[in-house]
Each structure stands twice: as structure tokens, then as C-alpha cells.
Design a protein around this ligand. Structure first.
Ligand code: PLP
Length: 414
């Protein structure tokens, strides 16, 4: 019989756009004993998690809870529950994850209208607003922080127009939640989906989301399941177009997260512990301090990269604070560089997708990975690796420039 070794994963410095390192407090929380999902001790933890999510999403929405599954599970739950076949959906795309929104909306039977702009930039909100007036969609779905290109889309003006025209606005804030402001209510966002494995620094496996009463009204109008598909345990259902997924039916999920606790799936106990602990850490640090910490480490990293002589990728005016993209120098094998960083220094950075594959490296400064030690460690290692690959850089200038940023930084860093 084949024997398998004890599990012993290496201790990495993870500087990718997710998954990132996890605070030991979160790992500890995951090792606590299982509670039954209807045990009042557990349902209290669920309620506390909802309360903390409202604060992180900056909303007074009643509904703020996690969907079990990776971040796209929250996106899929939102779109599947809101889009009826034939609904017109507008999707402005400025990177890979815009295409994910498009693919999911297509699977929901939406009539899709897209708007595309060059990768490395974002939309002038006016352009999106013109498309909204032209296409008259029922729903607009857009990414806030596009990790494939390292760009961030301003949303407040788009939110205002969607509200005026009674259009639902669904936002993928998977990368931004917990790292930079995501002002659900102030920006007029109807549905916001976050991710755990990025700036919240919790393992992948849950997708917290929030939605307001406008979105809820649409979801509840669809609360029906065709005869034959209905779970006999579900309550009486009204007429409408059925939500095609059981697992991602937000009307059923909200019943489960409501005081009624109507049985749906079996909650992922250890992930709930992890999310609760991760959110507690975020709120203990304070949102403003946390955002400033992300901004400071980003500034130090960018100063280091540029002083070393490497080129940043993308329009600086719309840079995503937690993802920094570097142009791979001409003639250099980007994958060989990544392999050397991992093998010799235990540091992981990311490549990119589609038209950017082989063209850029992406460095994440997210959550628990977003630390002075990690930034300096990465810059020192990158300088060494660039020298090994014969790239003409200003040796040691990167680390010095980052140190200078930290000296001047106003935020206390680790
Ligand atoms: C912006 C964005 N949206 C959605 C996703 C999908 O998340 P997951 O891979 O956890 O399903 C990712 C993952 O990296 C992402 O960066």
C-alpha cells in the first residue's frame, strides 16, 4: 500500500493577488471544534459575522452574509438570482474578470451588451453612463478591482445613474474589500461581492456578499421552483421565473441566514470561524488604518520597482492599490524568474492572463501579506534575480527607495 507523507507545506512569502498569507489567528480559529449549524452558539457566530460584514461593506443593508464557495460563487449567486432569461445586462469589461461576469450572465440567459476598453486602463464613468442610456439594461455588472491588469474602476457616478434609472448595479469587489474603500451605500451599489482570500486574508472558500432591498425585491419576485423540481421542505412559493440554481438561490440563502433559519445547505463551520476571525482582525485594525497600510506598502513597492529600473504597467491614474504590475524586461523569461523567486527565496508572485501572458508580473500587497517585511524581502530578492538573469538594474536601489518611503510614512507599519 502506498504511504503518504505527513502534510508539511512550505512557509511561503505570498505576494500574488490571492490567495495570500493568513494571520495565525485565523488558522487557529479554523482548528476549533465543530458546532451544529442550528446550535444557538453557532447561529450567534453567524449573526456576528453578518454584523461585521455590514461594517466592512460600509452598508446598512439587512443582507450581508457569505456564500460557501470561492469568490465566483458569490458572483454566480448574485447573477443567477437576479437575471431572468432575456434580461438585458450591460457589462463594461477592462480585464479578465469582466469576461467572467459576461460568461456567468450568458449562462443565466441574459441578453448581453458589452463595452470594452484597453487593458491597463479603466472606463471614464461618462462612457459607461452613455452606454447605460443607449442600452437601457435591467442590470449593470462591473468589476471594481481588476486583478488581471491591476486597475480600479471609479463607481460612484455609475451608481448614481443606475439608481436614477432604476437599474440594478452588481459589483465584483473581490479584490478590493478590506484593502481600499468600498462604499456600498454611499456609491449606490445594489449588490457587492467580496472575496476572502485577498485583502480579508482568510483562506479561499467563502464569498461574502451584500445586497439591498431593491435587489431583494427582484430576488423574491422570482421565488418559485417549477413543479417537480421543488424540494418538499421549501415553503410555499409564488409565481415568477424560477431561479435556476438551488445552491445559489439567494432567496433560500437569506432564509437560512434569517432568524427563521430555514434549512438549506450545511454551513461550512470552520470557514465561518475563519471569516469571523478575519473580520474581527480587520475591524480591530480599523478600516481607515488598514486602507492606509495598503497604500503605504503599495507606495514603497512602486518606489522600489521604479528605482531598480523596472517599468510599471498600466495607467497610473487608475492603479489598483493592492496589485502592482511590472513589465517583464525584453528577452526575459518571466516564468523562469518566478520559478527562481519561489525556489531560492520562497516568494511567490503571479503572471497574468490572455494578452498579458508573458508580458507582465503581478505583485499583490493584500491583507496579512501586505507588510513591510514582505515588500523589502521581495525587492531584495527581485534585485538578486534580475542580476542573475543579466537585466541591467540599479542594484540595491530598490530596497533603499522603499526604506525611504517607510521612513517618511505616517502610518505605523509592522
Ligand atoms: C477580481 C476577481 N474577481 C473574481 C475572482 C474569482 O475568484 P475565485 O477564483 O475565488 O472564484 C477573482 C480571483 O482571482 C478576482 O481577482
Amino acid at each position: 500500500m502506498k504511504m503518504y507523507k505527513d502534510l508539511s507545506p512550505s512557509l511561503r512569502t505570498i505576494m500574488t493577488p490571492g490567495p495570500v498569507e493568513v494571520d495565525p489567528r485565523v488558522l487557529r480559529a479554523m482548528s476549533f471544534p465543530i458546532l451544529g449549524q442550528f446550535d444557538p452558539e453557532f447561529t450567534d457566530l453567524m449573526n456576528e459575522t453578518m454584523g461585521m460584514l455590514r461594517q466592512v461593506f460600509q452598508t446598512s443593508n439587512q443582507w450581508a452574509y457569505p456564500v460557501d464557495g470561492t469568490s465566483r460563487s458569490g458572483i454566480e449567486a448574485a447573477l443567477t438570482s437576479l437575471i431572468e432569461p432575456g434580461d438585458k445586462v450591460l457589462i463594461p469589461i477592462y480585464g479578465r474578470f469582466g469576461y467572467l461576469l459576461m460568461e456567468i450572465a450568458e449562462r443565466c440567459g441574459a441578453e448581453i451588451a458589452t463595452l470594452e476598453t484597453e487593458w491597463g486602463s479603466v472606463f471614464d464613468p461618462e462612457e459607461v453612463i452613455r452606454a447605460i442610456h443607449r442600452e437601457k439594461p435591467k442590470l449593470v455588472a462591473i468589476v471594481h478591482g481588476e486583478t488581471s491588469t491591476g486597475r480600479m474602476q471609479p463607481l460612484a457616478d455609475i451608481g448614481k445613474v443606475c439608481r436614477e434609472l432604476d437599474i440594478l448595479l452588481v459589483v465584483d469587489a473581490v479584490a478590493t474589500i478590506g484593502g481600499t474603500p468600498v462604499e456600498t451605500d454611499a456609491w449606490g451599489l445594489d449588490v457587492v461581492i467580496g472575496g476572502t482570500q485577498k485583502c480579508l486574508s482568510v483562506p479561499s472558500g467563502m464569498s461574502p456578499l451584500t445586497y439591498n432591498s431593491r435587489a431583494e425585491a427582484k430576488i423574491l419576485r422570482r421565488k418559485t421552483i417549477e413543479k417537480g423540481l421543488r424540494d418538499p421542505m421549501s415553503q410555499t412559493l409564488s409565481a415568477g421565473t424560477a431561479i435556476r440554481s438551488n445552491y445559489f438561490d439567494l432567496s433560500q440563502l437569506q432564509d437560512y441566514w434569517s432568524p427563521a433559519r430555514l434549512n438549506h445547505h450545511t454551513e461550512a463551520t470552520s470557514m465561518l470561524y475563519a471569516l469571523r476571525e478575519g473580520l474581527r482582525i480587520v475591524l480591530e485594525e480599523g478600516l481607515e488604518v488598514r486602507f492606509a497600510r495598503h497604500a503605504l506598502n503599495e507606495k514603497a513597492l512602486m518606489a522600489g520597482i521604479q528605482s531598480m529600473g523596472l517599468q510599471l504597467y498600466g495607467d497610473p491614474k487608475c492603479k489598483l492599490p493592492m496589485v502592482t504590475c511590472i513589465r517583464i524586461p525584453e528577452g526575459i523569461d518571466g516564468e523562469a524568474v518566478r520559478a527562481m523567486l519561489l525556489e531560492q527565496f520562497g516568494i511567490e508572485i503571479a503572471s497574468s492572463f490572455g494578452p498579458l501572458k508573458g508580458k507582465i508580473w503581478r505583485i499583490g500587497t493584500m491583507g496579512f501579506s501586505c507588510r513591510k517585511k514582505n515588500v523589502l524581502h521581495l525587492l531584495g530578492a527581485l534585485e538578486a534575480v534580475m542580476i542573475c538573469f543579466g537585466v541591467p538594474i540599479h542594484a540595491a536601489a530598490g530596497v533603499q527607495a522603499a526604506l525611504q518611503v517607510y521612513r517618511e510614512g505616517e502610518v505605523p507599519v509592522e
